[in-house]
Design a protein around this ligand. Sequence first.
Ligand code: HEC
Length: 491
Amino acid sequence: MKKIILICFAALVVYACKHEIIVTKTVPTNLIYVPTSSTVLLGTAGNSATPTIDNGGDAVVFSITNTTDAGISINSKTGVITWGAAVAVGTYNISVTATNSIGSTATTYVLNVNSSVTAPSSLVYNPASSTVVTGISGNSVSPSINTGGAAVTYSLTGTVPSGISINSSTGVISWTNAVAVGVYNLSVKATNNIGSVSGSYSLTVSQTQAVVTPSSFSYNPASSSITQGTAGTSATPTINNGLGTITYSLSGVVPAGVSVYSATGIISWNTSVATGTYNLTIKAANSAGSITTTYSLTVTAAPVVTGVCFSSQILPLYQSFCAQAGCHNTTSAQGGVILDSYANIMNGIRANNPGSSKYYTIIGRSMPPSTSAQMSAAQVALIKQWINEGATNTTCTASCDTTQFTYSTSISALFANNCVGCHNATTNYLGVILSDYTSAVNSIKTIGTTTFLNAINFTSATAAMNMPPSGQMSSCQITQITKWINNGYPQ
Ligand code: HEC
């Protein structure tokens, strides 16, 4: 216990110390008066502007650190310098120091007290130039000047380019976004009632960089070889965009199922691309022009599965004809028999020996019950063939062709394998009968194509309505059924 308290205390100290280190104060910097000087007539009280400063995260105190006229003082909190009417004629270089708890910084403020008004002098912009791109407005800093003790008026002399102007009382030069490309050496004149002074300012307006035709467009790798039925994408291409925004597109003959993302240039293909070698031409365009490159996509036929495939041909039969609710699903398990997975089905199957596989021999004898839908002779023969081939747990994509979608070529078999066990003349959940052409079409029309397609796409409002309950059919099979419905149920 003591140890724990000690550790906690140590942790607390470390934590507290860390916090103290984070809040560091530094020496103040950047003490600046704008303007940096004042010129006044004898007998004129006045004050400087408030200076700006980086206080280093701590309060600063301002003070005048050289000896000046008794009539000159500083506000210790704001740094504003004030002079009275009694200050004698002369030039006062006032040293101002700003101090915080860590250190200090200093600057000089010049006060000229004249016996009479003089012409202005020392008109300087700092910086004395700006370089900008077309279409962007802006302005110079305020100039510094010795006003000679009287108000001055600023003006631009010579030919004033259109879009450039000066503020007559502050001397700030501004330019609009309409100023044309060019280098403008501006002459500024500051005048009081005695005379004037000239200064200069240079403004360079340059063209924004022009967009040029894109170049160096390529994909790496520049090809893909895939097996039919596999969706995928290319890598992102590299390109010199010529300073423009690129839009990608496929040109020439575009095979069905292949597309390109217009913003990224990534080529994508879906599962329906037919076999073949496609030399794709991809165009990349910006506002100045375009460039093309090629990409080769080779789609080879999926290897033919020899023999009966368990996952696509046998499992759906047991699931649809036997593993229904109330019969042989995990929950009901009538007679302890569950027929919803390879492991469970193998409890009654002996590889290479159909005669002693009770989950095969019973089919058509007492199971499914005579009141339920019966497997066709072809379906029973398929189970026998699978057992004779070794009853292995093969997983494969059902050979499927989305261009084949008539009832006789594809749909009838799909329903028979996946649905008819639960949707036949005898057993027909929600009245859906899929065991013959006329009933299937009528059932779909009655329940509505949207409801039906939601069921097979697994997008029903409730999961229980997703069909078949044992798991979604392949996307190719779903496409076949969708096309069959959308094309008016071809026989
Ligand atoms: C294992 C039995 C079983 C299989 C196999 C089966 N269904 Fe169903 N089906 C049901 C049950 C049970 C319901 C009713 C669900 C409910 O009321 O919650 C149903 C309901 C439906 C509905 C109505 C859904 C709705 O939203 O109203 C459709 C359509 C349907 N099935 C189509 C099919 C299709 C197509 C197949 C084959 C691809 C199939 N079913 C396979 C048991 C099955």
